[in-house]
Design a protein around this ligand. Structure first.
Ligand code: CMP
Length: 140
């Protein structure tokens, strides 16, 4: 299995509850390595741009407002088959559907306040990493 990278966001519901370390520990315990990380307060432009694929969905306004509401931690994660590994440890989007042992089962509050984002493909991981990080900020 190839070592690849994925993009992760520790969302406002987690930073508000001081769970940055708890989430990161679950990612690391799942075999992912944090090779870039920064705490930012997303602008409207960043939130709308990052989630542009969802702009016609009924929850788009709520999603953007939430992502701007408190700081987030954007991360690049590296590991074997990182996209799938990260999605497995995150669990289903809706915490009510998430398997036990996953981040969202353990920590998420709702489908909107669901603690973490993770890329859904290698192609989107590259796009999402480039949205927030310069190449020199990633140190593997
Ligand atoms: P994420 O993986 O960040 O990608 C898009 C986000 O939209 C998703 O996680 C959820 O947090 C959010 N989302 C998806 N469906 C809904 C919904 N029905 N209501 C509110 N937010 C949603």
């Amino acid at each position: 299995m190839a070592v690849t990278r994925t993009f992760s966001i520790i969302k406002p519901d987690a930073t508000r509850r001081n769970l940055t370390g708890a989430v990161t520990k679950m990612l690391e315990d799942a075999g992912l390595r944090v090779v870039a990380s920064k705490r930012i307060h997303m602008t409207r432009e960043q939130a709308e741009g990052f989630y542009a694929v969802h702009k016609d969905r009924p929850f788009f306004g709520e999603l953007v407002d939430f992502m701007m509401s408190e700081p987030v931690v954007v991360q690049v994660l590296e590991g074997e088959d990182a996209v799938t590994r990260n999605r497995d440890i995150m669990g289903a989007t809706n915490p009510a559907d998430a398997a036990s042992g996953t981040i969202r089962k353990a920590l998420a509050l709702s489908i909107g306040e669901n603690t973490v984002h993770g890329s859904d493909s290698d192609e989107n991981a590259a796009i999402e990493i480039a949205f927030f990080f310069q190449p020199e900020e990633i140190v593997g």
